[in-house]
Write a protein that binds this ligand. Sequence first.
Ligand code: FDA
Length: 309
Amino acid sequence: MSMMRKVLLAGSTNPWLRNRATKTAFVRRSVSRFMPGEQIDDALRAAAELKPQGITTILTKLGENLTGVEEAEEVTTHYLDVLDRVDRSGLDAHISIKPTQLGLDLDRALCDRNLDRLIERADALGNFVWIDMESSPYVDRTIELYRRARARTARVGLALQAYLYRTEKDVESLIPLGAAIRIVKGAYLEPASIAFPKKTDVDANYFKLCRRLLSPDARKPGALLHVATHDIPLADRIAGYIRDQNVPSSVYEFAMLYGIQRGQQLRLAREGRRLRVLISYGEYWFPWYMRRLAERPANMWFVVRTMFG
Ligand code: FDA
């Protein structure tokens, strides 16, 4: 892992830096590259603009590690409203939540209850709830949360990180459930004792996990794979595997983040690739923004240009 990536990921959890940066005009300007705006209306507008391009969406409100029960209630009520608004808008837009936003750090039972409310509403409306994966101390609890939710509905999915050594086993244990899994490389600062430090190893594991999830014996009712990456050669390799093995289109989608590889997103959608774009919005964007910078340290040049632009 590069030094710049380590520094940016360490900075993502620094409260002092967060307070300073979120008030700085050029940082606020540069974040707009990855986020259409801070309000749900901005995200819905962006989703409506992508729809004619054949791109479906996932909406996520930024924020993590809440400190009070009322905040978890607010987030849950907000997402219930988002599900209703998506239904009225006729958009094909899932939602994606972080367990700590629903109160995982405060009270496990509260988090379960909040997730239940969301999956019940999503189920009734024919929509879908994704559960993001946060840093490694949350993995066990997040998988438990998912198992419990999956027992109630197939309209719920879970992100798993290819950089963790354990993920191969986690995938095996979830396959019998008919699980909807989003494979990502992983966005947090993790030690080499639990995560592949080398990008080539993460990429190799990513391909292996996707191939396993696309294999015929993994295609149980409810199974769905989200290939969530901007790594075009890797995504093309997986698309090649899908073609060669005649994998039915109902069992996978590709996914990317809003504002990253925009040109490629439009090209892939034009070529008929099933693509879903995750749109983030919200006021609490600092840690998420720092993780985006860390993914591509060249983004720092963009920030510097915005500073003088
Ligand atoms: P990689 O980092 O190898 O990038 C490949 C190429 O894509 C780069 O060379 C660059 O050209 C471009 N690129 C990537 N990131 C960029 C950026 N920020 N700015 C500009 N260009 C960029 N993580 C997690 O831990 N838990 C989660 O729940 C999720 N959820 C999630 C959902 C979706 C839909 C996506 C696409 C990603 C996530 N992630 C995530 C983030 C994920 O773990 C990972 O950090 C990023 O996707 C970057 O990795 P790539 O797979 O894109 O490859």
